[in-house]
Design a protein around this ligand. Structure first.
Ligand code: AMP
Length: 219
Protein backbone atom coordinates (compact mmCIF):
# COMPACT_ATOMS: atom_id res chain seq x y z
CA UNK A 1 0.00 0.00 0.00
CA UNK A 2 1.63 3.22 -1.19
CA UNK A 3 0.40 6.01 1.08
CA UNK A 4 1.70 9.49 0.28
CA UNK A 5 0.41 11.39 3.31
CA UNK A 6 0.59 10.83 7.04
CA UNK A 7 -2.73 9.23 7.90
CA UNK A 8 -4.13 8.56 11.37
CA UNK A 9 -6.90 6.00 11.85
CA UNK A 10 -8.89 6.15 15.11
CA UNK A 11 -10.20 2.77 16.25
CA UNK A 12 -12.88 2.03 18.85
CA UNK A 13 -11.48 -0.12 21.64
CA UNK A 14 -13.15 -3.34 22.77
CA UNK A 15 -15.36 -5.54 20.62
CA UNK A 16 -15.10 -3.30 17.55
CA UNK A 17 -11.28 -3.26 17.74
CA UNK A 18 -11.18 -7.07 17.90
CA UNK A 19 -13.21 -7.30 14.70
CA UNK A 20 -11.56 -4.32 12.96
CA UNK A 21 -7.98 -5.58 13.35
CA UNK A 22 -8.37 -8.68 11.12
CA UNK A 23 -10.10 -6.53 8.48
CA UNK A 24 -7.26 -3.97 8.57
CA UNK A 25 -4.69 -6.80 8.53
CA UNK A 26 -6.32 -8.20 5.38
CA UNK A 27 -5.42 -4.95 3.58
CA UNK A 28 -1.90 -4.93 5.05
CA UNK A 29 -2.45 -2.48 7.93
CA UNK A 30 -1.27 -4.04 11.19
CA UNK A 31 -0.16 -2.42 14.45
CA UNK A 32 3.61 -2.57 14.90
CA UNK A 33 3.11 -3.32 18.60
CA UNK A 34 0.98 -5.82 20.46
CA UNK A 35 -2.07 -3.79 21.48
CA UNK A 36 -2.89 -6.23 24.29
CA UNK A 37 0.36 -5.54 26.13
CA UNK A 38 1.34 -2.06 24.96
CA UNK A 39 0.08 0.94 26.92
CA UNK A 40 0.71 3.26 24.01
CA UNK A 41 -2.38 5.05 22.76
CA UNK A 42 -0.88 5.80 19.36
CA UNK A 43 0.97 3.09 17.47
CA UNK A 44 2.63 2.95 14.09
CA UNK A 45 1.26 0.48 11.60
CA UNK A 46 3.12 -1.74 9.17
CA UNK A 47 2.19 0.71 6.37
CA UNK A 48 4.63 3.66 6.36
CA UNK A 49 2.77 6.87 7.21
CA UNK A 50 -0.27 5.16 8.72
CA UNK A 51 -0.74 5.36 12.51
CA UNK A 52 -3.48 3.92 14.70
CA UNK A 53 -5.03 5.48 17.80
CA UNK A 54 -7.24 3.47 20.13
CA UNK A 55 -10.13 5.41 21.69
CA UNK A 56 -13.54 5.07 23.29
CA UNK A 57 -16.32 4.90 20.72
CA UNK A 58 -17.74 8.31 21.55
CA UNK A 59 -14.32 9.92 21.12
CA UNK A 60 -13.62 8.44 17.66
CA UNK A 61 -16.23 10.69 16.00
CA UNK A 62 -14.83 13.71 17.88
CA UNK A 63 -11.24 13.07 16.73
CA UNK A 64 -12.35 12.57 13.14
CA UNK A 65 -14.71 15.57 13.13
CA UNK A 66 -11.88 17.88 14.26
CA UNK A 67 -9.36 16.33 11.88
CA UNK A 68 -7.11 15.02 14.68
CA UNK A 69 -7.66 11.65 12.99
CA UNK A 70 -8.26 11.34 9.25
CA UNK A 71 -10.21 8.12 9.40
CA UNK A 72 -12.10 6.27 12.12
CA UNK A 73 -13.92 3.06 12.88
CA UNK A 74 -16.96 3.57 15.11
CA UNK A 75 -20.33 1.97 15.77
CA UNK A 76 -23.29 3.48 13.94
CA UNK A 77 -24.84 3.98 17.40
CA UNK A 78 -22.07 6.43 18.28
CA UNK A 79 -22.43 8.20 14.93
CA UNK A 80 -26.20 8.58 15.31
CA UNK A 81 -25.67 10.01 18.78
CA UNK A 82 -22.83 12.34 17.78
CA UNK A 83 -24.40 13.66 14.55
CA UNK A 84 -22.71 13.81 11.17
CA UNK A 85 -21.13 17.29 11.06
CA UNK A 86 -17.61 17.27 9.59
CA UNK A 87 -17.74 13.52 9.04
CA UNK A 88 -18.21 11.52 5.89
CA UNK A 89 -19.47 7.96 6.39
CA UNK A 90 -17.51 6.11 3.72
CA UNK A 91 -18.22 2.45 4.31
CA UNK A 92 -20.29 -0.06 6.26
CA UNK A 93 -17.61 -2.43 7.58
CA UNK A 94 -20.33 -4.94 8.55
CA UNK A 95 -18.59 -5.80 11.82
CA UNK A 96 -19.88 -5.78 15.43
CA UNK A 97 -23.54 -6.00 14.36
CA UNK A 98 -26.17 -5.32 17.01
CA UNK A 99 -29.39 -3.35 17.49
CA UNK A 100 -30.17 -0.10 19.23
CA UNK A 101 -33.44 -0.73 21.09
CA UNK A 102 -35.74 0.42 23.81
CA UNK A 103 -36.16 -2.10 26.60
CA UNK A 104 -37.95 -2.35 29.89
CA UNK A 105 -39.08 -4.69 32.65
CA UNK A 106 -40.69 -7.85 31.29
CA UNK A 107 -44.49 -7.73 31.21
CA UNK A 108 -44.77 -4.00 31.85
CA UNK A 109 -45.63 -1.21 29.42
CA UNK A 110 -43.38 1.80 29.02
CA UNK A 111 -45.12 5.13 29.04
CA UNK A 112 -47.72 6.40 31.44
CA UNK A 113 -50.77 6.38 29.12
CA UNK A 114 -52.46 9.20 31.05
CA UNK A 115 -49.56 11.66 30.80
CA UNK A 116 -47.75 10.34 27.69
CA UNK A 117 -44.53 10.66 29.70
CA UNK A 118 -41.81 8.10 30.05
CA UNK A 119 -38.61 8.16 32.12
CA UNK A 120 -35.75 6.89 29.98
CA UNK A 121 -32.23 6.09 31.12
CA UNK A 122 -29.60 5.93 28.38
CA UNK A 123 -26.16 6.81 27.16
CA UNK A 124 -27.80 7.78 23.82
CA UNK A 125 -29.79 10.85 24.87
CA UNK A 126 -29.95 12.47 21.42
CA UNK A 127 -31.10 9.28 19.71
CA UNK A 128 -33.63 8.64 22.49
CA UNK A 129 -35.00 12.21 22.38
CA UNK A 130 -35.65 11.91 18.64
CA UNK A 131 -37.19 8.43 18.97
CA UNK A 132 -39.72 9.35 21.67
CA UNK A 133 -40.55 12.68 20.02
CA UNK A 134 -41.44 10.79 16.83
CA UNK A 135 -43.85 8.67 18.88
CA UNK A 136 -45.42 11.77 20.41
CA UNK A 137 -44.17 10.89 23.89
CA UNK A 138 -42.45 13.21 26.30
CA UNK A 139 -39.28 11.48 27.50
CA UNK A 140 -37.62 12.55 30.73
CA UNK A 141 -34.06 11.60 29.77
CA UNK A 142 -31.55 10.45 32.35
CA UNK A 143 -27.98 10.26 31.08
CA UNK A 144 -26.02 7.23 32.24
CA UNK A 145 -22.54 6.06 31.25
CA UNK A 146 -23.00 2.30 31.73
CA UNK A 147 -25.10 -0.54 33.20
CA UNK A 148 -28.32 0.94 31.82
CA UNK A 149 -30.17 -2.31 32.68
CA UNK A 150 -29.93 -1.37 36.34
CA UNK A 151 -32.00 1.82 36.02
CA UNK A 152 -35.52 0.27 35.75
CA UNK A 153 -34.65 -2.29 38.45
CA UNK A 154 -33.70 0.51 40.83
CA UNK A 155 -36.75 2.63 40.00
CA UNK A 156 -34.69 5.29 38.25
CA UNK A 157 -36.40 4.88 34.87
CA UNK A 158 -39.30 3.14 33.09
CA UNK A 159 -37.31 2.23 29.99
CA UNK A 160 -33.78 2.22 28.68
CA UNK A 161 -32.33 2.80 25.24
CA UNK A 162 -29.35 0.50 24.79
CA UNK A 163 -27.40 -1.80 22.53
CA UNK A 164 -28.79 -5.34 22.29
CA UNK A 165 -26.87 -8.22 20.76
CA UNK A 166 -28.03 -11.62 21.99
CA UNK A 167 -30.49 -10.12 24.50
CA UNK A 168 -28.82 -12.06 27.33
CA UNK A 169 -27.93 -9.00 29.39
CA UNK A 170 -31.54 -7.81 29.30
CA UNK A 171 -33.01 -11.25 30.10
CA UNK A 172 -30.65 -11.78 33.04
CA UNK A 173 -31.92 -8.53 34.52
CA UNK A 174 -35.62 -9.30 34.04
CA UNK A 175 -35.98 -7.04 31.04
CA UNK A 176 -37.17 -7.50 27.49
CA UNK A 177 -36.47 -5.61 24.26
CA UNK A 178 -39.37 -3.43 23.09
CA UNK A 179 -38.80 -1.32 19.96
CA UNK A 180 -36.04 -1.38 17.39
CA UNK A 181 -34.54 2.07 16.87
CA UNK A 182 -31.76 1.15 14.43
CA UNK A 183 -29.73 -1.78 13.15
CA UNK A 184 -26.12 -1.10 14.03
CA UNK A 185 -22.74 -2.07 12.59
CA UNK A 186 -19.35 -0.38 12.56
CA UNK A 187 -18.64 2.25 9.92
CA UNK A 188 -15.48 3.67 8.38
CA UNK A 189 -15.66 7.44 8.74
CA UNK A 190 -13.50 10.12 7.12
CA UNK A 191 -12.79 13.70 8.10
CA UNK A 192 -14.33 15.87 5.37
CA UNK A 193 -11.21 18.04 4.97
CA UNK A 194 -8.92 14.97 4.79
CA UNK A 195 -11.16 13.62 2.05
CA UNK A 196 -10.07 16.62 -0.06
CA UNK A 197 -6.51 17.36 1.08
CA UNK A 198 -5.34 13.74 1.42
CA UNK A 199 -7.65 12.35 -1.17
CA UNK A 200 -5.31 9.85 -2.87
CA UNK A 201 -4.18 8.24 0.38
CA UNK A 202 -7.66 8.18 1.90
CA UNK A 203 -9.07 6.69 -1.31
CA UNK A 204 -6.48 3.88 -1.36
CA UNK A 205 -7.43 2.85 2.20
CA UNK A 206 -11.21 3.20 1.69
CA UNK A 207 -11.12 1.22 -1.58
CA UNK A 208 -8.94 -1.54 -0.10
CA UNK A 209 -11.29 -1.91 2.87
CA UNK A 210 -14.35 -1.86 0.59
CA UNK A 211 -12.87 -4.77 -1.38
CA UNK A 212 -12.02 -6.61 1.86
CA UNK A 213 -15.60 -6.21 3.16
CA UNK A 214 -17.05 -7.42 -0.16
CA UNK A 215 -14.85 -10.50 -0.35
CA UNK A 216 -15.48 -11.31 3.33
CA UNK A 217 -19.25 -11.03 3.05
CA UNK A 218 -19.45 -12.95 -0.24
CA UNK A 219 -17.16 -15.73 1.02
P1 AMP B 1 -26.17 -8.98 24.80
O1 AMP B 1 -26.27 -9.44 26.23
O2 AMP B 1 -25.52 -10.00 23.90
O3 AMP B 1 -27.50 -8.49 24.26
O4 AMP B 1 -25.16 -7.76 24.77
C1 AMP B 1 -25.56 -6.52 25.24
C2 AMP B 1 -24.44 -5.76 25.87
O5 AMP B 1 -23.22 -5.88 25.18
C3 AMP B 1 -24.84 -4.29 25.85
O6 AMP B 1 -24.87 -3.81 27.16
C4 AMP B 1 -23.82 -3.59 24.99
O7 AMP B 1 -23.25 -2.54 25.71
C5 AMP B 1 -22.80 -4.64 24.62
N1 AMP B 1 -22.68 -4.83 23.15
C6 AMP B 1 -23.16 -5.88 22.46
N2 AMP B 1 -22.87 -5.78 21.16
C7 AMP B 1 -22.20 -4.64 21.01
C8 AMP B 1 -21.62 -3.97 19.89
N3 AMP B 1 -21.66 -4.47 18.66
N4 AMP B 1 -21.02 -2.78 20.11
C9 AMP B 1 -20.97 -2.28 21.35
N5 AMP B 1 -21.48 -2.86 22.45
C10 AMP B 1 -22.08 -4.03 22.29
Amino acid sequence: MNIQHDITIALTKGRILKEALPLLASVGIEPQEDLDTSRKLIVKSTVPGVSLVILRGSDVATYVRHGAADLGVAGKDMLLEAGGAGIYEALDLKIAPCRLMTAGPEGLGGDDASTRRVRVATKFVNVARAHYAKKGLHADLIKLYGSMELAPLMGLADEIVDIVDTGKTLAENGMAPRELIADISSRLIVNKASMRTRHRSVRIIVDALADAVTSKTSA
